[in-house]
Ligand binder design. Structure first.
Ligand code: ADP
Ligand code: MG
Length: 400
């Protein structure tokens, strides 16, 4: 199936003997003391694209950022451990240039033979990356004949390696990760099977009010859990004890609830919650009705009646977008709501089920259900912006 907007898939490109720059997302978590990679899933995610290019005899130049060096060379943020891990996974040499651009980088690229892989040093060691500087973009572009973006997680940023350099390269396309993201997230913006239900949770209303407002234009119902629900409950005049509430977002919450009524979109909030005296008070966890939260307690998960109601709505849905856990899922006593949502999505085989967001993705992986939903998006901010209907610079740049 062709990608929306005429974007080419990497498998449609004639890459043999050509230098292919691949923007990857190798921004992996590193252990502070040992600089060992603590989770290499961002590296393994790109292996299909890199292997494809190796098999087709491309000369591969990988570019990524790591952490926030803010335009300066910070040796502790070198991509060296990443290059080493990639070499191990591919069982081939991966040459790391000692700079993102310059004579050393140019030499590494020009020494490449067909099927070989090189990596540029952390692109954010140069201020031109985040500034989307033209001369830095031109330097990067001079290292390749073909541009491929496989870094969905940074596609909402207009940086040199995600946007600026692309206009100076004649052929371009999406890698396997990027293509799958575009394919599934685009389906949420088109004609969907209904009911279309959104489940929103997580930490903050302020992170997600734009996506909530945008979803009101598309969905049939919205379920709200997590810390975010507290602000909505308080906006409705309920007492939520010591729960996290964003006071400055109460007007946003009221406004959202009013618009939902006008549009006749049903908003489901928790009717009961699991409370405790603090985040560490797992022993004191208990279920209370929403109008009986003790003054000193915090709501840390949705309760069993709310789970039942959310399950019913989700089981009847034919399209679901889920972002944000229903509670403090990192702690077993406060994980039931999040696990129940994950399970209900996994069981609903009739629906298109899309999960987006860093912690939501971690939660569904933790529940062992990631391969039971239609798509788990790897981009946090990027997937929210996409679902909002915004045009992401890194995707716009791939269109002909
Ligand atoms: P995502 O990364 O999926 O977008 P967020 O970053 O918005 O999700 O939110 C995830 C965080 O929200 C988790 O660390 C979780 O512990 C926290 N959280 C969820 N519900 C609550 C709650 N009721 N009280 C406090 N924190 C919560
Ligand atoms: Mg998060």
């Amino acid at each position: 199936m062709p990608l929306p907007g005429g974007i080419k898939h990497v498998s449609e490109l004639q890459v043999e003997g050509h230098r292919v720059f691949v923007r990857v997302d190798f921004n992996v978590p590193l252990d502070k003391a040992t600089r060992k990679i603590t989770d290499d899933s961002r590296i393994t995610a790109t292996l299909p694209t890199i292997r494809h290019l190796i098999e087709r005899g491309a000369r591969i130049v990988l570019g990524s950022h790591l952490g926030r060096p803010d335009g300066q060379v910070k040796p502790e943020l070198s991509l060296e451990p990443v290059a080493a891990r990639l070499a191990e996974l591919l069982s081939i040499d991966v040459v790391l240039a000692d700079e993102p651009v310059g004579d050393g980088a140019r030499k590494v690229v020009s020494d490449l033979r067909d099927g070989q892989v090189a990596m540029l040093e952390n692109l954010r060691f140069h201020p031109g990356e985040e500034a989307n500087d033209e001369s830095f973009s031109r330097s990067l572009a001079s290292y390749c004949d073909i541009y491929v973006n496989d870094a969905f997680g940074t596609a909402h940023r207009a940086h040199a390696s995600t946007a600026g350099m692309v206009k100076f390269v004649s052929e371009k396309g999406a890698g396997f990760v990027m293509a799958k993201e575009i394919e599934f997230l685009s389906r949420l913006l088109g004609e969907v099977d209904r009911p279309y239900v959104a489940v929103l949770g997580g930490a903050k209303v302020s992170d997600k009010i734009e996506v909530l407002d945008a979803l009101l234009e598309r969905v049939n119902a919205i379920l709200i859990g997590g810390a975010m629900a507290n602000t909505f409950l308080e906006a409705q005049g309920k007492s939520v004890g010591k729960s996290k509430v964003e006071k400055d977002r109460l007007p946003n919450a009221r406004n959202f609830l009013r618009k939902a009524v006008e549009k006749q979109i049903k908003v489901h909030l928790p009717t009961d919650v699991v409370v405790a005296m603090s985040l560490d008070d797992e022993a004191g966890a208990k279920v209370v009705q929403i109008d009986a939260i003790p003054p000193g307690a915090m709501a840390l998960d949705i309760g069993p009646a709310s789970i039942e109601n959310f399950r019913k709505v989700l089981a009847a849905a034919r399209t679901v977008f889920w972002n944000g856990p229903m509670g403090v899922f990192e702690k077993p006593k406060f994980a039931a709501g999040t696990v129940a949502v994950a399970r209900t999505l996994a069981e609903n085989k009739l629906a298109l089920t899309v999960v987006g967001g860093g912690d939501s993705a971690a939660a569904i992986v933790q529940a062992g259900l990631a391969d039971k939903v239609s798509h788990v998006s790897t981009g946090g901010g990027a997937s929210l912006e996409f679902v909002q209907g915004l045009d992401l610079p890194g995707i716009a740049a791939l269109r002909p």
